[in-house]
Design a protein around this ligand. Sequence first.
Ligand SMILES: NC(=O)c1ccc[n+]([C@@H]2O[C@H](COP(=O)([O-])OP(=O)(O)OC[C@H]3O[C@@H](n4cnc5c(N)ncnc54)[C@H](O)[C@@H]3O)[C@@H](O)[C@H]2O)c1
Length: 241
Amino acid sequence: MKIALIGYGKMGREIEKTALERGHTIVSIIDVNNQEDFDSLDFLFSAEVAIEFTRPDKALDNYKKCFERNIPVVAGTTGWLEHLDEVKKECKEKNQTFFYASNYSIGVNIFYAVNEYVAKILNRFQQYDVRIEEIHHIHKLDSPSGTAITLADKILNHIDRKNQWKKSSVEHPGDLSITCKRQGEVTGIHEVLYESDADIISIRHEAKNRKGFALGAVLAAEFIKGKTGFLTMNDMLKFTI
Ligand SMILES: NC(=O)c1ccc[n+]([C@@H]2O[C@H](COP(=O)([O-])OP(=O)(O)OC[C@H]3O[C@@H](n4cnc5c(N)ncnc54)[C@H](O)[C@@H]3O)[C@@H](O)[C@H]2O)c1
């Protein structure tokens, strides 16, 4: 496929490597200093998909630029979900293609499925309180991570005694605590813990590097070819629980 990269930071560079290894071509790379390339011939007429990993405050604008130019989007930036409804609406109205995952790692998506399964079981066992802990590198702009929020949303769907997530420690037992730590260059660690007076059950995922995110994003680019609408990892991986 002919791929455009929007954002050429840590993820953009990793995705470029993975895309080339899988036989794709990078036809355009757009970063802060060459925004005019959204109107370049390579972007407008060659790119079959744009893979976007930039910053929370720039993502919406980049998605709109792709919609205006009929370029399907694989969206990786996290921390912009307050605009999710707007993106879904625009995608539908303009008959565009938009794939979003808070985490493109296949391993994390297996972890999501396990998280849901464990939550369904633990809903019956009131003696367990549940919390989430996440650790990321110090450069990360959003907190909690998009991955932690996805984990929390699934827990809230299944654990009736939890009503909303809250950052850090919580006072109300109906709140689900997400503790966020920022340390060195940690790629990403997420843990869901169920604790009773007697024991702790925990499920944990640790990313060793960015390869898993990059592979998932390139697989998503391959997956959306010929499709329209708002798509997610559930459409691609089709795990059933
Ligand atoms: N969904 C996932 O699986 C996943 C995995 C890792 C990171 N992320 C997210 O992806 C985003 C990028 O992460 P990163 O580690 O590559 O960050 P980074 O800071 O290394 O790179 C971001 C790049 O975007 C560029 N940029 C900023 N504004 C831009 C704009 N308007 N247009 C084009 N480029 C612009 C920056 O110059 C930089 O090169 C973050 O939001 C991060 O949380 C998501």
